[in-house]
Design a protein. Structure first.
Length: 230
């Protein structure tokens, strides 16, 4: 009998809680915030591709040219921490005949590195230095932040303020008022990746100029608000 009474009491309490939740008016919202900041570094992906009759010859020639590029960059004042190998690849190049077994006609070796440039005034000339030393691949130029946390916090706070303001406006239009914030979540988005492509011929003939511009750092917020009539 005791167990039955306890079960009955629990069922009644659950029903009352469910009924109360049903009577509560809630508003689900999401908002975004943005912080515009100037990047403090530029990351350039560059490297060397070589081709030779044998794999060993291609790899050896590639290593020699990449060493020359790295040496030139260090002489230009770049620290070891700003030079990071991204890719090392050695692969055969086949003949272009179709419907027949293809022959290996050469081997291609590629080495790519990420170069972090901290002085925007010298960034273009440093890229030109790498090309002059033998780099024949410049795949992308990406403005970046060494520490995005401050900009992400600013964007998050902007998203939270927008969320709160939107909740109040929507509630007012519906003849309601915000009673309380039930729950809230925030999300920091990945930094945008603006990439500027350069042909090697342009870099060699005309020289390169890098303008970092601005980054738009974004964050999101979502929340559930309890409403009540005015």
């Amino acid at each position: 009998m005791t167990a039955a009474l306890a079960a009955g009491s629990f069922s009644t309490a659950a029903a009352q809680q469910s009924e109360a939740a049903f009577r509560t008016t809630t508003l689900n919202l999401s908002a975004q915030g943005e912080a515009r900041v100037k990047p403090d570094v530029v990351r350039v992906s560059l490297g060397v591709t070589t081709e030779a009759a044998t794999a060993q010859q291609a790899a050896s020639a590639n290593a020699a040219k990449m060493t020359a590029v790295t040496t030139a960059l260090r002489r230009a004042g770049l620290a070891s921490r700003d030079l990071q190998t991204q890719l090392m690849q050695l692969m055969p190049r086949y003949s272009e005949r179709s419907n027949t077994p293809r022959d290996i006609v050469a081997y291609q070796a590629t080495t790519m590195m990420s170069v972090t440039l901290r002085d925007f005034d010298r960034a273009g000339s440093i890229v030109d230095t790498a090309v002059a030393a033998g780099a024949n691949q410049v795949n992308g130029i990406r403005p970046d932040l060494t520490d995005p946390s401050a900009a992400q916090r600013e964007a998050r706070d902007e998203a939270l303020r927008a969320l709160q303001a939107d909740a109040a406006k929507i509630a007012d239009v519906m003849g309601q008022r915000v009673v309380r914030l039930v729950s809230v979540n925030t999300q920091a988005y990945a930094l945008p990746v603006p990439i500027v492509q350069h042909r090697v011929e342009e870099l060699v003939v005309t020289g390169s100029r890098i303008d970092p511009g601005e980054l738009n750092v974004r964050a999101g917020a979502s929340g559930v608000f309890e409403l009540a009539p005015k």
